[in-house]
Design a protein around this ligand. Structure first.
Ligand code: ARG
Length: 454
């Protein structure tokens, strides 16, 4: 393709280090779309004869059919997807193929292809995240009033509802979708027509090409167009955060499935056995999702490291932008699918959750709040009185609600039998009616609002 000024061919290792076809073949659909749009514009602007463009468009259709049916035959000597398509086109239609690259460089071509690919990836992930959200909403609805222990420091803190806990993940997924949408909005500008770095002297219509490819507008600066990979970094940032959320959900599945917790049972479809311990039932998929979040962060760090300090405009380092993005997409798509499957089918052991919810004096805050509300003591004093009640319960080996009124009155004479109304786990969650709180009534509202918004 650039043989004119060379006498010898590349060293074998030169060819190998230069080639990106092993991974950038994933861009073939986007490459063909970009070429079609560019070709039509060349004809419309009278830059290339309509007859040649017809031959080019026909050839591109043939290539699309071939790739669709049998993939492409990789040839490291042809470097990348762009040269594979161009070489195949020349084999199909002859020298007219050489006119397609008029007013175009692989620099603006690959920037365009990659933006199109990331845009498609975002759309696919958004649909997957929506499905995860719907699965969470179904289970949250089922368990809007199911009581479970809420934790801080992984110590039992206050009772919450399982529906509320699941809705916390709906919020995370909502933010993830927002971040991908934001990335999509910003990436949706078309680099084609920037050529190698300086723009082109041909009378191209960048607006027409941008519109045909579904971009909002052409990019504004030709140097920036071929050297910008912010969209890939933003994609990786959003993917890392989404993966991090999945890993927290996965970690909870792992903990909850463990025997000391016993909060959930994963169905056979999402469990694995052990080759030596016949009794085992392991949450491997959740563990892998948890682990993959580290690899996702690695992808972000890899590309940030590649881009750091690159001078304008294009440098070949940037060819390495694709593997981390492809890897991140694959990991995240798999992780969302796995977590969606687990959420939809996991069995929640609500009897066990309810029993544990009352442990650890989890309604102590309710007792303190009652002292503030009914007796009128300042919260700090109520906190102190309650601490002594907890100590009494601990000494007696019972829960707060099991203490006798006499014992409570020995702690503070102002306590009366009305206090027992607030010491149950159900009373506790029902009382948490503040906006965003765990009371079943608020959880049902949150579910309705989330359904409304999606
Ligand atoms: N395969 C290259 C990439 O992915 C295409 C751009 C090559 N441009 C160049 N001037 N060598 O970055």
């Amino acid at each position: 393709m650039w043989g004119g000024r060379f006498d010898g061919g590349p060293a074998a290792v030169m060819r190998d280090i230069n080639a990106s076809i092993s991974f950038d073949k994933r861009l073939w659909r986007q490459d063909l779309a970009g070429s079609r749009a560019h070709a039509r514009m060349l004809a419309a602007q009278g830059i290339v004869d309509a007859a040649d463009i017809d031959a080019i468009l026909g050839g591109l259709d043939v290539i699309a059919g071939e790739y669709e049916a049998g993939g492409l035959v990789e040839d490291a000597a042809l470097e990348d997807i762009h040269m594979h398509v161009e070489t195949r086109l020349a084999a199909l239609i002859g020298p007219a193929a050489g006119r397609l690259h008029t007013a175009r460089s692989r620099n603006d071509q690959v920037a365009t292809d990659f933006r199109l690919w990331v845009r498609d990836a975002i759309d696919a992930l958004d649909a997957q995240l929506d499905a995860l959200s719907q699965a969470l909403l179904v289970r949250a609805d089922e368990h809007a009033a199911s009581v479970m222990p809420g934790f801080t420091h992984l110590q039992i803190a206050q009772p919450v509802t399982l529906g509320h806990h699941l809705m916390a993940y709906v919020e995370m997924v909502r933010r993830d979708r927002g971040r991908f949408a934001d990335c999509r909005r910003r990436l949706n500008e078309c680099p084609l027509g920037s050529a190698a770095l300086a723009g082109t002297g041909f009378p191209v219509d960048r607006f027409a090409v941008a519109a045909e490819l579904g971009f909002d507008r052409p990019t504004a600066n030709s140097l920036d167009s071929v050297s910008d990979r912010d969209f890939a970094l933003e994609f990786l940032s959003a993917a890392t955060l989404a993966g991090l959320h999945l890993s927290r959900l996965a970690e909870e599945m792992v903990i909850w499935a463990s025997q000391p917790f016993g909060f959930i049972a994963l169905p056979d479809a999402w469990s694995t056995g052990s080759s030596i311990m016949p009794q085992k039932r392991n949450p491997d998929a959740a563990e892998l999702v948890r682990g993959h979040s580290g690899r996702l962060l690695g992808c972000l760090v890899a590309l940030a490291g590649t881009m750091k300090g690159l001078p304008l405009a294009y440098s070949k380092d940037m060819q390495d932008d694709k593997p981390p993005v492809f890897e991140a997409y694959d990991l995240l798509a798999l992780g969302i699918a796995a977590m969606t499957g687990m959420v939809a089918s996991v069995e929640f052991r609500t009897d066990r959750m309810r029993a544990v919810a009352g442990l650890g004096f989890s309604t102590a805050t309710d007792l303190a709040d009652w002292l503030v509300r009914v007796v009128g003591v300042p919260f700090r004093e109520a906190h102190h009185i309650t601490g002594r009640a907890v100590a009494a319960a601990e000494a007696a080996g019972v829960g707060l609600a099991d203490l006798s009124l006499e014992t409570l009155q020995a702690v503070d004479a102002r306590i009366d039998a009305g206090v027992f109304d607030v010491l149950s786990v159900d009373a506790s969650v029902a009382s948490r009616t503040s906006h965003g709180g765990t009371a079943p009534v608020r959880v049902r509202e949150a579910i309705a609002a989330a359904r409304e918004a999606s």
